[in-house]
Write a new protein. Structure first.
Length: 311
C-alpha cells in the first residue's frame, strides 16, 4: 500500500510538471503574439513605403503603402481594399487582420556577406504573409519578380486544384492531352491513354506529386516525356511501352528511380535523360537485346552505378 501511494504521488508530481509546462508555453505564445507590435524586434526598422506587387496564387495586385495606410488595386485599376497597416516582429496587420510575415532583402543580405560587385546578380526584395489556410501571399518590390512568382504558382497543385483540373484519379491533364501533374496516392499508376505527353515536374516530389507512388506505367499513346518530368521523383519503377517517341534531357534527372523498362525503339532518346549531379546509384535499365534503345544506352551510358539488362 505504501509503495502504491509513493507511485501515485510521483504520477501526480509528473502530471503537475507537465501541466505547468503546457500552461507556460500557452502563456508564452499568447504574450509573443500580443507583443508582436509592441516590441518589433528585427522588423522595427523595416519600411514598406512605396508600391509593391502582390501575388495571391494566380492573381496579381498593386499595393501602395504610405504613412499608416495601404491601398490595393487589381490589374484593371479597380480598388480591392484599403485601410490601416502596421508592421510587427515577423507580423503584419492589415486592417483588423494579423498575419505572420517574412521579409527578405537579398541585396542587403548579400552586401553583408560578400565584397563582390552585387550589381551582376538578380536580387529581390519581397515579403510574404501566411493566410488562414496556411498559404503564402507574396509582395514583391519589382513587377517582373511578381510575374515570375505568378508563373511558378500556375504550375502548382494549388492552382490546378483551384482550376478544377485534377480528375478523380489525381491526374491534371490539359486540353492538348499533356499530363501536367499527378497528386494521387496509388502505389502503381498507369498514365491514361488520353495523355499525349508528360510535362515537366508532373511526377516531381519537389512539387508534392506522386509521393507514395512506386511504379508508373507509360502507354504508347504518350509521345513525349518532357525534360524534368520525373525530376526529384520518389517513383522506383518506370515502364515505357512501345509507341513513345521522345524522351528529353533530365526527364529522369535526380530521381529515385531504381528500375526502368524501355521498348525496342524510341525515335529521340536524349543521352542526358538520367543526368544527375552525383551520378545514378544502382539503376537497372531493361531493354530488348539488339534493340535501338540498347544501342543508345551502350553508346551514351549514364554517369554512376548502373546495370544494363537485356531481355
Amino acid at each position: 500500500m505504501k509503495s502504491r501511494k509513493i507511485k501515485l504521488k510521483k504520477i501526480l508530481i509528473i502530471d503537475g510538471v507537465i501541466l505547468v509546462i503546457i500552461l507556460s508555453m500557452f502563456i508564452f505564445v499568447r504574450c509573443r503574439h500580443r507583443d508582436a507590435f509592441t516590441d518589433k524586434g528585427y522588423y522595427k526598422n523595416i519600411s514598406l513605403k512605396g508600391t509593391w506587387f502582390k501575388v495571391d496564387l494566380d492573381e496579381m495586385y498593386q499595393v501602395k503603402f504610405y504613412g499608416a495606410d495601404y491601398e490595393e488595386q487589381d490589374v484593371y485599376g479597380e480598388q480591392a481594399r484599403k485601410g490601416k497597416y502596421e508592421i510587427g516582429n515577423h507580423a503584419l496587420k492589415l486592417g483588423s487582420k494579423q498575419y505572420s510575415m517574412k521579409y527578405v532583402n537579398e541585396r542587403k543580405e548579400l552586401e553583408d556577406m560578400i565584397d563582390d560587385d552585387i550589381e551582376q546578380y538578380e536580387l529581390k526584395e519581397y515579403f510574404y504573409i501566411i493566410d488562414d489556410e496556411g498559404n503564402k501571399i507574396y509582395y514583391f518590390k519589382q513587377e517582373e519578380d511578381a510575374a515570375d512568382q505568378l508563373d511558378y504558382n500556375c504550375q502548382t497543385n494549388a492552382y490546378y486544384e483551384k482550376s478544377g483540373m485534377f480528375d478523380q484519379n489525381g491526374f491534371a491533364i490539359d486540353e492538348e492531352g499533356m499530363l501536367l501533374a499527378y497528386n494521387g496516392d496509388k502505389q502503381q499508376v498507369t498514365v491514361p491513354e488520353s495523355v499525349s505527353g508528360i510535362a515537366e515536374n508532373a511526377f516531381s516530389a519537389d512539387y508534392n506529386r506522386a509521393l507514395n507512388t512506386e511504379k508508373v506505367i507509360i502507354p504508347g499513346s504518350v509521345k513525349k516525356i518532357e525534360s524534368g518530368a520525373f525530376l526529384f521523383s520518389n517513383v522506383d519503377i518506370v515502364v515505357i511501352n512501345e509507341g513513345v517517341e521522345e524522351i528529353q534531357d533530365w526527364a529522369f534527372g535526380d530521381s529515385h528511380i531504381k528500375e526502368i523498362y524501355l521498348p525496342k525503339q524510341i525515335l529521340h532518346m536524349s543521352p542526358k535523360m538520367f543526368e544527375t549531379e552525383e551520378g545514378v546509384e544502382g539503376l537497372k535499365i531493361y531493354c530488348p537485346a539488339g534493340s535501338q534503345t540498347e544501342l543508345v544506352i551502350k553508346n551514351n551510358p549514364p554517369a554512376g552505378d548502373y546495370e544494363l539488362i537485356k531481355e
